[in-house]
Design a protein around this ligand. Structure first.
Ligand code: DAK
Length: 262
């Protein structure tokens, strides 16, 4: 692992459980995603996921770039044999898929190539009005390699995904919101506050129901409707075995705020 620090981390919030903030930190390179950064990001994600004091994770970049993609200087050094045999940059791109707590992407500026793919791996994407999304790999003589050709059509439909992947053009925050790539747009200077406020909301909820909700929504992407409905039903019933279900419903009926256990 590199000695350089490519990410910054901090905990936010007043409650028992905190929101972990991970800031991608190679601003001069527009947060181009190299191995060191992806190693550190993966390590932080898994560490926060395992930490009971953390309820939610926010990933953000700089004002100018969430991330402008994988580091082209590194990609340029490879040929087919070295890319294939070294499993070029695949090994540390999948950590985020193992995270069970919600991950919020707070995107300002460029989210291109691997940066757009990283945003799509987040559970919720908040976009600053400055955000620009795109898969420009075609302009480098390659194609997206971290899920862009798969997650983009699922998120925004085949027609628009083809348009973006084949042209390499960028789309702004409004188009991204209309297309369903981001959940909402916020003013750039409010992006972090909004992401942390959402994190705080999630942290105050029951941990088991939050994890179950994320698992169920993700099943919708990876299974048939019948299988997804079955997963939902199983987890729905299982949650009736948690103290949080008792607390949530008792609190509603008593007209008080719930106090969920960790
Ligand atoms: N890699 C390396 N350096 C980059 C970079 C990148 N992706 N993007 C920007 N930079 C560097 C620039 O070289 C420049 O460095 P200096 O010249 O100052 O040393 C600095 O950041 C500032 O960039 P610009 O001077 O270009 O700034 P502009 O505002 O003029 O332009 C831009 C911003 C974002 C439009 C432009 O920088 C740009 O087009 N960047 C490249 C965007 C791109 O093509 N991204 C896709 C890369 S390919 C996989 C996982 C991931 C991937 C594939 C497989 N597996 C798990 C298998 C991902 C692949 C990619 O992302």
């Amino acid at each position: 692992m590199s000695d350089e620090t490519f990410i910054l981390t901090a905990l936010h919030g007043d409650g028992d459980r905190k929101t972990a903030l991970i800031t991608l930190n190679r601003p001069k390179q527009l947060n181009a995603l190299n191995d060191g950064l992806m190693d550190q990001l993966g390590e932080a994600l898994l560490r926060f996921d395992a930490d009971p004091a953390v309820g939610c994770i926010v990933i953000t970049g700089s004002e100018k770039a969430f991330a402008a993609g994988a580091d082209i200087g590194v990609l340029a050094q490879h040929d087919f044999i070295s890319a294939y045999t070294s499993d070029l940059i695949t090994r540390n791109w999948e950590h985020i898929r193992r995270v069970r707590k919600p991950v919020i992407g707070a995107v300002a500026g460029f989210a291109l190539g691997g940066g757009c793919e990283l945003a799509m791996m987040c559970d919720v994407v908040l976009a600053a009005d400055t955000a620009k999304f795109g898969q420009p790999e075609i302009k480098l003589g390659i194609i997206p390699g971290a899920g862009g050709t798969q997650r983009l059509p699922r998120a925004i439909g085949k027609a628009k995904a083809m348009d973006l992947v084949l042209s390499g053009r960028m789309m702004g925050a409004e188009e991204a919101e209309r297309a369903g790539l981001v959940s909402r747009i916020v003013p750039a200077d409010k992006l972090l506050d909004e992401a942390l406020a959402l994190g705080e909301l999630v942290c105050a909820l029951g941990n088991a129901s939050v994890i179950a909700a994320k698992e169920c929504v993700n099943r919708a992407y990876e299974s048939t409707l019948s299988e997804g409905l079955m997963t939902e039903r199983r987890l729905f019933h299982a949650l009736f075995g948690t103290p949080d279900q008792k607390e949530g419903m008792d609190a509603f009926l008593a007209k008080r705020k719930p106090n969920f256990a960790r």
